[in-house]
Design a protein around this ligand. Structure first.
Ligand SMILES: [Zn+2]
Length: 512
């Protein structure tokens, strides 16, 4: 069929819509350059009857214009906090089928260098929530240097944040409470936006008032105990830290957002890129006292002790002492790390006009309802049963239409006849050994199994930072009674390891 499509012919009305939309989604998912997509469109127009547009920008609904504000020596583009949160709520609706009562929001601010472009940098303000963890853009600055004034840079975001907290967000007629849960930045960005001493300063710890020492050309904090007073949100808000705070930050104006306790210690920057890199460099290239030879590899723990109380206790190593309090507040380190925000870098394809590129790529994603980070959420509707059998066990007085051996989701599999692969936990915390999988005639799915009862914690010695129970790890024993639970109550898979005389150690498999 002759292709009669034109760029003015909006693809939404065509009966072959879905194929065209799928090609557009594919191009966005795999970050296909427009020039490559242009060539593909020529082929698709030539060899198929589908009414593909000629121009990739029409296919992807790419905006032709980006609204930017002149700011100091650079430009700023405000994508909008409300706009970001509404997209977040749309995603909630789509993925979870409901609206949340409240959203706990992480804000990420960082300066990204533009490759091959001397000092120029892009400073995005990003947001993400604690459940779906997709990333949305609030605003971005681009200039030959970092923004000249932290408060000018933050103004549009802060004004919207205050308004949203004070008036609450109404979306589709439903009230959603907004909480600013944490700020995630690397040390230089943190110093800039909070107006605090750089991490090379004597009083640069964001959590305590320890004073560093200048040893061998670097700032060190040669103690492994937090002997100095911890900083407080109140004292920060009242500018009490003369030797730490170098100016004002309008982030203070956001209600209930503590600028000590809510500025998280991010393990991507601190541990993965910071302390681990430093340790490896010291072990490989450092002075004789800390350098490892092949023969010394079994003495690593001794070398770790050498790092204490010396000039190698850098700002980052000292900050490790404070990360425990963040784990207590936010959970596992990945809950509050900067990793999820890294994909933003992939949206910049060339050096010129990064703000405009960001705006276009972001619009393309939004036009096809695709978040920056692809979300994998366990959805109980996706539970499949496989391998029919008729061996039981069943529960008296219940009618089931079929029995199965295997339960499969996108992320894990349960085998009802394998003791090492049949353990799950329910939303209420109950742990169950699954013995059978059954369906009723209305297709609702159930598990039949034995509840596991807690015998004791695997460890609770005060030498550890927490008990094993707090990590979901316990010694358990199977009950004798066989019971029934609906599959919609399943939370995640557990790993059950034989322990002692009919007892097991049970571990949560967290990636499920
Ligand atoms: Zn400290």
């Amino acid at each position: 069929m002759k292709n009669v499509g034109s760029d003015n012919n909006i693809i939404d009305n065509q009966e072959d819509d879905q194929f065209i939309k799928d090609i557009a989604s594919w191009a966005i998912t795999f970050n296909i350059f427009h020039i490559a997509l242009l060539a593909l469109l020529v082929i698709l127009r030539k060899y198929t009857h589908y009414l593909f547009p000629k121009d990739p920008r029409t296919l992807l609904k790419t905006p032709r214009h980006t609204a930017v504000i002149e700011m100091g020596l650079g430009q700023y583009c405000h994508f909008g906090l409300r706009n970001a949160l509404e997209k977040m709520l749309d995603e909630y609706n789509k993925v979870l089928g409901r609206m949340p009562i409240s959203l706990d929001i992480f804000i990420n601010i960082d300066g990204l260098p533009i490759p091959k472009s001397s000092n120029s940098a892009l400073w995005p303000i990003l947001c993400s929530d604690t459940v779906l963890k997709s990333v949305f853009i609030v605003g971005a600055y681009y200039g030959q240097t970092k923004p000249q004034c932290n408060n000018d840079f933050l103004r549009h975001f802060v004004d919207e944040a205050i308004l949203l907290i004070n008036t609450e967000l109404f979306y589709n007629g439903i009230k959603v409470k907004i909480n600013f849960h944490g700020l995630i930045c690397d040390a230089p960005a943190r110093a800039f936006i909070l107006s605090i001493k750089n991490h090379t300063g004597y009083n640069s710890c964001t959590r305590c008032t320890i004073t560093g020492e200048y040893l061998d050309g670097r700032m060190c904090f040669p103690t492994t105990k937090i002997v100095d007073a911890l900083r407080t949100d109140e004292d920060f808000a009242n500018n009490k830290y003369d030797d730490f705070q170098t100016g004002e930050t309008i982030l203070k104006q956001i209600p209930n957002f503590g600028l000590v306790s809510s500025v998280v210690i991010d393990y991507m920057h601190l541990i993965c890129l910071g302390v681990v890199k430093k340790l490896i460099l010291l072990w490989v290239q450092g002075p004789r006292t800390v350098k490892l030879s092949q023969q010394l590899l079994n003495q690593i723990s001794g070398v770790l002790l050498n790092l204490q109380n010396t000039k190698f206790m850098s700002h980052n190593l000292h900050t490790l002492l404070h990360i425990c309090s963040d784990v207590q507040k936010y959970g596992p380190v990945d809950n509050f790390s900067a990793f999820r925000f890294e994909n933003i870098k992939k949206m910049i394809r060339k050096n010129e006009k990064p703000l405009q590129q960001l705006s276009r790529r972001y619009s393309e994603l939004n036009n096809f309802n695709m978040p920056i980070k692809k979300t994998i959420i366990k959805n109980n509707n996706e539970i499949c049963f496989e391998k029919v059998h008729s061996n039981g066990p069943l529960i008296d007085d219940y009618n089931f239409s079929s029995e199965y051996k295997i339960l499969r989701t996108k992320t894990y599999t349960i085998h009802s006849n394998s003791a090492s692969n049949n353990c799950i936990s329910l939303e209420n915390g109950t742990v169950v050994s699954v013995l059978n999988l059954v369906k009723r005639s209305d297709n609702t799915k159930f598990i039949i199994g034995k509840k596991l009862k807690v015998v004791k914690d695997l460890y609770s010695d005060p030498v550890y930072p927490c008990t094993s129970k707090e990590l979901g790890v316990q010694v358990m024993r199977e009950d004798t009674a066989v019971c029934l639970w609906p599959c919609e109550n399943i939370r995640n898979k557990m790993w059950k390891m034989p322990y002692d005389q009919n007892q097991f150690v049970v571990f949560p498999v967290i990636h499920t």
